[in-house]
Write a protein that binds this ligand. Structure first.
Ligand code: GTP
Ligand code: MG
Length: 317
């Protein structure tokens, strides 16, 4: 993806305003278009009227407005797909992990969520004919479980240069939920400059859960989480990137029949993500994936494997 416009191309932005915006970390028209007016006033030292005017003009410039169904269809024809490394899993998802969407990967510990995030950070770099998007990955790690060594072994299995593959993954450790939100904000400046086509947030919820425990703060937690997911979904849309987030399982003590486990994050995550992929452990290195809550997919399952080469199909024996 290349930059079409610079800040000065937006009506109402002269050199002085452009400088204020850049100093506040807003360096692209895209970032300006999706920054709330209130935030602009706070960070860029401009009046509310000015902020409202330039955000609107930035949106006009990028044609973020009402559009026809025909245009929506043409936008959707730009959707790209990233292979998971398993044909079975790709076809369960349709054609792989999609851009312009948030895919939520849910599962208990050891189910392979982080492995899948590593895998996609490599496969997004492959050329289109090999199942990638010739792009880079932005990896937001909240649990400190990113392992470059693992990237190296996955890269080798695709005959990619390990050094280059590592360089094409931009990594940030998020230390708390506010930091996580801030990193997603900064991503809007990075994405067009760096040709990023995948954003990983592993895990999207752990900081929110640990910082806001208990019922008294649940509303506040959900409000912040909602903001974060909204940010991510705007990014997926505007920049045509794939967003992959991981989520944990929580036990629902009030369930007496059926599965007592459910994804954490409640309705906010259920509604915020486009696709929900639930991973379960099976025997040895096998994992079962199921798509849940999807209006487009029937609730079917597939099996894949986690091997030293990364995620693969299960060898038929
Ligand atoms: P939590 O983050 O703890 O909730 O779990 P997770 O779902 O992120 O699990 P993760 O993706 O870290 O999966 C870990 C599992 O992947 C391990 O238990 C191993 O079974 C498997 N795994 C990781 N690395 C390798 C490897 O190099 N070779 C093989 N064969 N398996 C691996
Ligand atoms: Mg993990």
């Amino acid at each position: 993806m290349t930059y079409k416009y610079k800040l000065e191309d937006v009506e109402g932005i002269g050199p002085a305003t452009a400088e204020k915006l850049r100093a506040a970390g807003i360096t692209t028209v895209e970032a300006l278009a999706i920054t709330p007016v209130r935030t602009l006033v706070e960070i860029a030292d401009i009046s509310e009227d000015k902020a409202a005017e330039i955000t609107q003009n930035a949106r006009n410039l990028l044609s973020i407005r009402f559009t026809t169904a025909k245009e929506v269809l043409s936008r959707r024809s730009n959707i790209g797909y990233i292979t998971t490394g398993s044909k079975a899993l790709d076809s369960l998802l349709g054609k792989g992990i999609e851009t312009q969407a948030i895919t939520e990967v849910i599962g208990e510990f050891g189910s392979g969520k982080t492995q899948l995030c590593h895998q996609l950070s490599v496969t997004v770099q492959l050329p289109i004919e090999k199942g990638g998007l010739s792009g880079k990955a932005l990896y937001i790690d909240t649990e400190g479980t990113f392992r470059p060594e693992r990237i190296v072994s996955i890269a080798k299995s695709y005959s990619l240069d390990p050094e280059k593959t590592l360089e094409n993954i931009i990594y940030a450790r998020a230390y708390n939920s506010d930091h996580q939100i801030l990193l997603a904000e900064e991503a809007t400046n990075l994405i067009p400059n760096e040709n990023i086509r995948l954003i990983v947030v592993d895990s999207v919820i752990s900081h929110f859960r640990s910082e806001y425990p208990g019922r008294e703060v649940l509303a506040m937690r959900q409000q912040k989480l909602n903001k974060h997911l909204h940010q991510l979904s705007t990014i997926a849309d505007i920049f045509n990137v794939a967003v992959v987030v991981t989520n944990q399982i929580q036990s629902a003590p009030d369930v007496f029949f059926g599965n007592p486990n459910k994804p954490a994050g409640g309705n906010i995550l259920a509604h915020g993500s486009t696709y929900r992929l639930w991973l379960r452990k099976s025997k040895e290195n096998r994992r079962i994936a199921r798509i849940i809550d999807s209006p487009m997919h029937p609730e079917s399952e597939c099996i894949f494997a986690i091997t030293s080469k990364g995620i693969t199909d299960v060898e038929e024996d």
